[in-house]
Design a protein around this ligand. Structure first.
Ligand code: GUN
Length: 291
């Protein structure tokens, strides 16, 4: 079997086009422009790339982008003071603090300082609780993007066996909640799971979010399953020879795509959907505020 490729890049372009259209209508009909504030502390190169892309795409779809770049030594109190300011700012509908934060800053304290209605990451404890109890919340962008692609591919997910490999607050746990809400039978597996391969082979939907390059191999995939690869791992170039650094997922694409029914590639799968969903969440935050 050769798997169907789920084209996250095209799907994300479609989501962005719909957001752009709605943003234009909001401006035309109500004079409103959604605004997204992104806060970056320090100079982590991967985070800088993400933040730049977020800002660029925010502007491209007609929204206001407010970027706050803080020194790596910024005291926690200063970051909390900035969040207070953004919470009170009428022009800001969404606030995202890029993670990870430097070690001297308490991540949970910072996330929970964001007004839940502006928490476009869906990481605030009250949004986590709302999602877990099936109530209207801000939904974390990466799992939301995965869910949109799964719904598009399958139609109904009801009754399917879903295995999520990874238990992070950003992806694994909210992904499991969303799949449960769509009536999947959900297993959360992780690095300590016994016989991980056997658990994975039971999955109609396999979501890999472990952060380990190419860990999920074809022998761990049920024939015909849908595989969603959340991993983005940069493999350094070999010190000698011609090779360049490569971007790979948590799934070994070559072996898994020979067994799966459908699979997301890396790059061009889940990655572009994350930012598209962030834009959609910012629009949602603006509409809910003024709705
Ligand atoms: N770092 C890696 N992924 C994310 C994300 O989805 N949101 C934030 N705020 N930081 C991240």
């Amino acid at each position: 079997m050769t798997a169907t490729i789920i084209d996250g890049k095209a799907f994300a372009a479609d989501v962005r086009a719909r957001v752009t259209q709605k943003v234009a209508a909001l401006k035309e009909d109500h004079g409103l422009v959604p605004g997204l504030a992104v806060v970056l502390v320090g100079e982590d190169p991967a985070s800088q790339v993400y933040v730049r892309n977020k800002g660029k795409q925010t502007v491209e779809c007609g929204m206001n982008s407010f970027e706050h770049k803080l020194d790596v030594e910024t005291p926690e109190a200063d970051l909390l003071a900035l969040i207070d300011k953004l919470n009170a700012d009428e022009a800001v509908h969404g606030i995202l603090v890029q993670l990870p934060l430097p070690k001297h800053i308490d991540e949970a304290k910072v996330i929970n300082a964001i007004t839940p209605a502006k928490d476009v990451d869906g990481f605030h404890i009250s949004n986590v609780g709302l999602l877990a109890t099936g109530q209207k919340s801000m939904v974390p962008c990466t799992p939301l993007g995965c869910l949109m692609m799964l719904r598009d591919h399958h139609g109904s997910l009801s009754g399917l066996n879903a295995v999520v490999v990874g238990r992070s607050n950003i992806v694994g746990k909210p992904m499991a909640q969303l799949l449960l809400k769509d009536s999947c039978t959900v297993t959360i597996a992780h690095s300590r799971t016994k016989d991980l391969a056997e658990v994975c082979r039971g999955a109609d939907i396999l979501v890999a979010a472990v952060g380990r390059p190419e860990m999920i191999t074809g022998d761990m995939v049920k024939p015909g399953a849908t595989v969603i690869d959340v991993g983005i791992n940069r493999i350094p170039a070999p010190e000698k020879g011609e090779g360049k650094s490569r971007l790979v997922g948590d799934v070994d694409f070559a072996s898994a795509s020979a067994v799966a029914g459908a699979i997301t590639p890396v790059p061009g799968g889940v990655g572009p959907m994350t930012i598209a969903c962030l834009l959609a969440n910012t629009l949602t935050a603006c509409c809910r505020k003024h709705g």
